[in-house]
Design a protein around this ligand. Structure first.
Ligand code: G3P
Length: 218
């Protein structure tokens, strides 16, 4: 399972990269705004900085909602760096843009996916990734992980190569559940990823090992 970090914060990206387990980054307009990055040029520069830190794919989202606008933005974003993947929302114009960009060799991450039907359309249009939003479904008492499983099973059944990128991850348990249902990729803020390390028996065991060593070695 690939690990992407879902942030535009350069320190968090550096920390995850330094761990040696980072496969990519996803961003969205809200995450860019959270870092105070504004204006087209600054946003583009920020994407380049992210690409300089990580080795893997970096998702950069369009803000247009019409076909021409999405294609123009997508081409500009893709030209920034070979590892940029253009993030397109699953709307009617978005499906057309996914098809167009994919045929031009530009990879797309289809975002804001909340149903298997939306994922199916994105895969048929040629998206490299589809991003079901787990946390936002859980927020409204729906089953986010259930959706990831439905999409994984559907893609396996039909042999789609589109990767299932589980997004809107809120806690460590979500990452484990994604692993259990076979998500290809998870994208998560840094803390839920670091949460995977935690276990009280690990801490207690390490403390005892070090204490025993010290007893003999001083
Ligand atoms: O990048 C899309 C997604 O991960 C957003 O997460 O927490 O805003 O629902 P969240």
């Amino acid at each position: 399972m690939k690990f992407f970090i879902d942030t535009a914060n350069l320190d968090d990206i550096r920390e995850a990269q330094a761990l040696g387990i980072l496969d990519g980054v996803t961003t969205n307009p809200s995450l860019m705004a959270r870092e105070g990055i504004k204006g087209e040029k600054n946003i583009q520069e920020h994407y380049k900085k992210i690409c300089d830190i990580v080795d893997g794919d970096v998702s950069a989202e369009v803000i247009s909602t019409d076909f021409e606008g999405m294609v123009k933005e997508g081409e500009t974003l893709a030209a920034l760096h070979p590892r940029i993947v253009v993030k397109i929302p699953i709307i009617k114009e978005g499906v057309k843009a996914i098809k167009y960009l994919t045929e031009k060799g530009i990879r797309v991450n289809c975002t804001l996916v909340f149903t298997p039907g939306q994922a199916l359309l994105a895969a048929k249009a040629g998206a490299s990734y589809v991003s079901p939003f787990i946390g936002r479904l859980d927020d409204i008492s729906e089953d986010g992980i259930g959706l990831v499983k439905q999409i994984v099973d559907m893609f396996n059944y039909y042999g789609y190569e589109t990767e299932v990128l589980a997004a809107s991850i809120r806690h460590t348990r979500h990452i484990i559940q994604c692993m259990e249902v076979g998500a290809d990729v998870i994208t998560s803020p840094l803390q839920p990823i670091l949460g995977l390390l935690k276990h009280p028996l690990t801490d207690a065991g390490l403390e005892k090992f070090l204490a025993d060593y010290k007893k003999v070695n001083g």
